[in-house]
Design a protein around this ligand. Structure first.
Ligand code: NAG
Ligand code: NAG
Ligand code: NAG
Ligand code: NAG
Ligand code: NAG
Ligand code: NAG
Ligand code: NAG
Ligand code: NAG
Ligand code: NAG
Length: 503
């Protein structure tokens, strides 16, 4: 990435004032990138369990791994798949290769796996310049294959660009694409516009800060509130910038506008901060990584937009889910993750009060248990609900199964409540059951009946996918059941039978 020496010269340092913030909008999201360069890559079911436990609803893959796509099926998680750079040349040169790729990697999994975008290559213009000529062709071929399956409205095609192809990005109003790439950029933007797609943009304030020789303040890179005299103002537009992230995104809007493209939305396909670095990377620290990602998430979800487009959401994928210990290069390269390979958070994001659990310590186990002294009838009703409409797999409670003993409603309800609580990613309100349940830190496991404690950890992961159980009973009819384990067992047996007939 180029250093931005003109940076400070162009600044006016003015009084910082808070932007007026808007309520979170439905359409803005923060997702995560899932790199797989780990010496022990967790199994796809463990990855998905971690995503669920952390309530991560949007992921970007760097390929279209079949195991991952299968594990992501029926989870509600929205998935961006990728044509890896190694496969780009083939696809850009052959319409039928592209169609085969789409059939095999997208159509075969959709709609069970909610694939919402295909990223064609990654930073191709800077990483694989000799493929630049065929990049737009590859995107068009992929898109044609989606059109042929009538999926082009549900699945968008784009390609992540490095912010380094935008030159002179401060002040943002003067930013432009490296002109030697215009022969690719212009048709690329034309494609994005005509297909109602979006620009995928990789934004790394960490590198801009590192390479600025001190011109960029750390706090400005970390989205921290700045002292009143440190705000950056674009002297052409008088727009005021409080952080590097917004300035880079606006630079991309302005660079597109300079080519007369003014209505292409931006999604930040990668951003983050490393939590550890070598001796010459003193700002790759746990605290800075936590500060950047926590501030970023709040900023994005507030739908503040940028100074150029206030209120326009810039959905963002954090780089990245796991530390990739096999990544070559400096120590920081291996330390961009929110979690280690066991699903343990590297740091706990400071998001308390935001309603998010991203990077919360789900390794620190909590359980959901029936309250002592709760009314057995209410417990039974709640148990029936959990094993029925709540879609908890209660087969372990059947006679002869590990959690049948002790055969009382308190123990059985605790098992079902706890399973439901974990299935819901420990969401607030998911351990209440009309007041008969409460969160506890003591593990109710007993004998061979092992309760799910942490997800994403090797070996101890609970199978939290919904079982074949189903129930047509409503909440209210469930409460009429009374204290009768037999009825629950009969119901489960019926459901299992039903499942075995149809599966
Ligand atoms: C995928 O997610 C989008 C956005 O939430 C939603 O509108 C769509 O119905 C989902 N598609 C499938 C097949 O689940
Ligand atoms: C590529 O194939 C699709 C069908 O998959 C077709 O509609 C389209 O016209 C083809 N494009 C070219 C450039 O051959
Ligand atoms: C512009 O792009 C060309 C071709 O990729 C590259 O050689 C050149 O270094 C870039 N210019 C700048 C200033 O980054
Ligand atoms: C953008 O549009 C303006 C006005 O229509 C025109 O003068 C200019 O040449 C266009 N620029 C490019 C890069 O197409
Ligand atoms: C986000 O908005 C909420 C409520 O409007 C506010 O309390 C919070 O400080 C905002 N956070 C950021 C980082 O702007
Ligand atoms: C995340 O963890 C913090 C501290 O452990 C806790 O206070 C907070 O309630 C948790 N957030 C959620 C949504 O569980
Ligand atoms: C995870 O489990 C698998 C098989 O059970 C084992 O081969 C692998 O070494 C385990 N990984 C870790 C990190 O414990
Ligand atoms: C989880 O449950 C599903 C369906 O009940 C089953 O197909 C799958 O094999 C289970 N996975 C594991 C890891 O036990
Ligand atoms: C499960 O039950 C719900 C209603 O409770 C129903 O909508 C759904 O179709 C059922 N699913 C199966 C597989 O029977």
């Amino acid at each position: 990435m180029e250093s931005r020496l003109g940076f400070c010269v162009s600044f006016l340092l003015l009084i910082f004032s808070l932007l007026s913030l808007q309520a979170p909008a439905e359409d803005v999201f923060v997702g995560v990138n899932i790199g797989t360069d780990l010496s022990v890559m967790p199994h796809p079911t463990q990855v998905v369990a971690l995503l669920k436990a952390q309530q991560i609803r949007h992921v970007r893959l760097y390929d279209a791994d079949g195991g991952m796509l299968m594990a992501l099926a029926n989870t509600g998680i929205q998935v961006m798949v990728a044509v890896p750079n190694e496969q780009l040349l083939g696809i850009g040169q052959s319409n039928s290769t592209a169609a085969n790729w789409v059939n095999h990697n997208v159509i075969a999994h959709y709609p069970a796996t909610n694939i919402t975008a295909i990223s064609v290559g990654s930073e191709v213009l800077t990483e694989l310049p000799n493929a630049a000529k065929i990049l737009v062709n590859a995107m068009k071929y992929i898109h044609s294959a989606l059109v042929a399956s009538n999926l082009d409205h549900q699945i968008k095609v784009s390609t992540p660009l490095s912010s380094s192809i935008i030159l002179d990005s401060f002040p943002p109003s003067q930013a432009f694409f490296n002109a030697s790439l215009d022969s690719v950029i212009v048709p690329l933007l034309g494609f994005l516009q005509s297909t109602n797609s979006f620009l995928m943009f990789n934004v790394y304030p960490y590198y801009d800060y590192m390479q600025s020789d001190g011109f960029i303040l750390l706090d400005y890179a970390l989205l921290k509130p700045l002292p009143s005299n440190k705000e950056a103002v674009d002297s052409n537009t008088l727009l005021r910038y409080t952080n590097v992230f917004d300035a880079l995104v606006d630079a991309a809007y302005f660079a597109m506008a300079s080519l007369n493209f003014t209505n292409i939305p931006i999604v930040v396909s990668e951003t983050g901060w490393p939590s550890k670095g070598g001796a010459n990377e003193p700002d790759a620290t746990l605290d800075n990584a936590n500060t950047y990602n926590s501030n970023l998430i709040r900023h994005v979800l507030n739908k503040t937009g940028t100074p150029k487009h206030p209120g326009v959401a810039v959905s963002t994928y954090i780089y990245e889910l796991y530390n990739e210990d096999m990544k070559p290069g400096p120590i920081s390269e291996k330390n961009w993750g929110l979690f280690d390979a066991n699903g343990k958070p590297i740091y706990i994001l400071r998001l308390t009060g935001s309603g998010l659990v991203l990077a919360n310590d789900t390794m620190n186990p909590t359980y959901c248990a029936a309250k002592e002294g709760a009314d057995p009838k209410m417990l039974q009703a709640a148990l029936d609900w959990a094993c029925g409409p709540g879609r908890v797999d209660c087969s372990a409670l059947l006679q002869g199964q590990p959690c049948y003993e002790p055969d009382n409603v308190m123990a059985h309800a605790t098992y079902a409540f706890n399973a439901y609580y974990h299935q819901m990613g420990k969401a607030s309100g998911s351990c209440d059951f009309n007041g008969v349940a409460a969160v506890t830190t003591s593990n109710p496991s007993h004998g061979s009946c092992s309760f799910s404690e942490s997800v994403g950890r090797n070996g101890t992961m609970a199978n939290i996918t919904a079982p074949s159980m189903n129930s047509t009973k409503s909440d209210s009819s469930a409460s009429a059941f009374g204290y009768n384990m037999l009825s629950c067992a009969v119901m489960m047996f019926g459901a299992l039978l039903w499942g075995s007939i149809w599966l």
